[in-house]
Design a protein around this ligand. Structure first.
Ligand code: PHE
Length: 369
């Protein structure tokens, strides 16, 4: 209970001493509890405020009503008390806050709520895909997003000035003219350069998947973004065949989209694979019919097939670049594939606008928590 100044009935010296003792005990306790500036102000006001401070009350309740014969005794004590109270308040005001007091935590405050985050739908899709290949014994490799011309193009069998480079809408870094062509920097247009980086470091056999960001000079719209994500795959060993490629990818698609999807491989061209193919899966939205009820199926454009990735057998001329590390084209073979994660995530979550992934709108992202 906070101290209050009592009215006195007994003005005998003994009774006065007792009342003074109580008051001093109270101010002692209260000054010990002063911690910060707000406390200091409250403490000063409580004891010294002209209007209704405790000293004023002592004056009003003890001195004024004292009978004539006790006035002297009371007066002396009140004067002494005044000096002591003022000294105490002054000491409390001068007190520096202790480090502990400064960092003291007010446990009655509501606290800081940290909303729990969630995996971004693209990262989740990426992890799902990587997980399928991990189960097949693949390991995960990564490489730089800012890449050299050598790794992004030359070692992947895109010779300088070859028209195949045009398909890649490359974003080049500025002020690279003083460097040799091979060393000039660009934003990698695909995850394929990490094929080379991995083969430089690891001898065959290898089985790796490579997730990561890639960039192309495409203006953003509902199905394009200058930044997107790919997952690359590479398997190199003795006697790897196109049958291994088909079997592996067919298994992966069934694991990802359901055991009743079918795969279809159609001839294509990439400088770093030969032969090359584009792989389609039967549309897991319309079941391959191209129709949803009487409506056309939009995700597969009514064809019943969705293009998922590019792939092929590693071109021997790619192995030439890493031959010294055990990749002799006569002895080994391999397959590679590369798929776009963002498009797969769109299909999986039924989205019609790619930009939703990159706008950071919490109302959108929260739905994946
Ligand atoms: N890198 C190719 C692309 O981005 C895809 C690909 C990867 C094709 C590996 C074949 C083998 O278009």
């Amino acid at each position: 209970m906070a101290y209050t100044v009592p009215k006195l009935k007994d003005f005998s010296p003994a009774a006065l001493d007792k009342a003074v003792e109580k008051l001093l005990a109270a101010i002692g306790d209260e000054s010990d509890a002063v911690r910060n500036d707000a406390d200091k102000k409250a403490f000063r006001d409580r004891w010294l405020a002209r209007k209704d401070g405790i000293l004023t009350q002592v004056n009003d309740l003890w001195l004024k009503p004292a009978p004539k014969e006790a006035k002297r005794e009371v007066g002396q004590r009140v004067n002494k008390l005044k000096a002591e109270v003022e000294a105490k308040v002054e000491a409390a005001l001068a007190q520096k806050p202790s480090a502990a007091a400064e960092s003291a935590i007010d446990i009655s405050l509501p606290g800081i709520r940290r909303p729990i985050g969630a995996e971004h739908p693209i990262i989740r899709t990426q992890n799902d895909i990587v997980g399928v290949f991990k189960n097949l014994g693949y390991s995960v490799a990564e490489g730089p997003v800012i890449e050299t011309d050598y790794y992004n193009f030359e070692a992947l069998n895109f010779p300088p000035n070859h028209p195949a480079r045009d398909t890649q809408d490359t974003l080049f870094l500025a002020n690279q003219e003083s460097k040799s062509r091979r060393e000039q920097l660009l934003l990698r247009t695909h995850t394929s350069p990490v094929q080379i980086r991995t083969m430089e470091k690891m001898k065959p056999p290898i089985r790796i998947v490579i997730p990561g960001k890639v960039h192309r000079n495409d203006p953003p719209d509902a199905s394009h973004s200058p930044m997107f994500h790919q997952i690359e795959g590479l398997a190199v060993d003795t006697n790897i065949t196109f049958g291994d490629l088909k079997g592996t990818l067919d298994h992966a698609m069934k694991a990802l989209f359901g055991s009743d999807v079918k795969t279809s491989f159609r001839p294509s061209f990439f400088p770093f694979t030969e032969p090359s193919a584009e792989m389609f899966v039967s549309c897991f939205i319309c079941g391959g019919s191209g129709k949803r009820g009487s409506d056309p199926c939009r995700p597969c454009k009514q064809t019943g097939w969705i293009e998922i990735l590019g792939c092929g057998m590693v071109d021997p001329s790619v192995f030439e670049f890493v031959k010294g590390n055990g990749y002799e084209p006569e002895k080994i073979s391999g397959f590679a594939f590369g798929m776009g994660v963002d498009r797969i995530a769109m299909l999986k979550y039924g989205l019609d606008d790619l930009q939703l992934f990159f706008q950071g709108d919490v109302r959108f992202l929260e739905q994946f928590g």
